[in-house]
Design a protein around this ligand. Structure first.
Ligand code: FES
Length: 155
């Protein structure tokens, strides 16, 4: 855990003197560690001369940030306007049933974390999802199931 705290402190220190630097720092920490460990919050707060509560408040305000490690595979389903108009809510319901978890939760088998996204840049081909780093457009429930099966078998 000390390694994670030092990594978080190092990333925070890069951004600490920049206006609005906390958000890029948190993004950087999550990109590097997969989540923002609660144990790293005091170090982050120290770099920005903020209280722990202020940093915790920012982390919990944005759904994008995770306080716990994700599963091996992360699936983001876009819930922004264009995707909503093309059935994203129904796709989220399907994903919840198929994986057996809520948004921000882990699938029953522990292989997948299900997250919401708010525009993946594929609005003209919605509904869109992201599985790991790969974007997928015009995703139906059947396509979703295929992507989950392929991903489960891929690693
Ligand atoms: S609104 Fe879903 S990709 Fe833009």
């Amino acid at each position: 855990m000390n390694t994670m705290i030092e990594a978080a402190r190092s990333i925070a220190s890069v951004h600490k003197d920049r206006p609005g630097g906390l958000l890029p720092a948190l993004h950087g920490i999550q990109d590097a560690l997969g989540h923002i460990p609660a144990a790293a919050v005091p170090a982050i707060a120290g770099e920005f001369n903020l209280s722990r509560a202020e940093v915790h408040g920012v982390i919990t305000y944005y759904h994008h940030f995770r306080a716990t490690p994700p599963a091996r595979h992360v699936i983001h389903i876009c819930r922004a306007e264009a995707c909503q108009s093309m059935g994203a809510d129904a796709l989220v319901e399907h994903a919840r049933r198929h994986l057996g978890c809520e948004l921000h939760g882990h699938s029953k088998d522990g292989e997948f974390t299900l997250e919401a996204a708010y525009c993946l840049g594929l609005c003209a081909s919605s509904p869109a999802i992201q599985v790991g780093d790969a974007l997928h457009a015009r995703v139906t429930p059947a396509v979703f199931d295929e992507l989950v099966a392929e991903t489960r078998c891929s690693a």
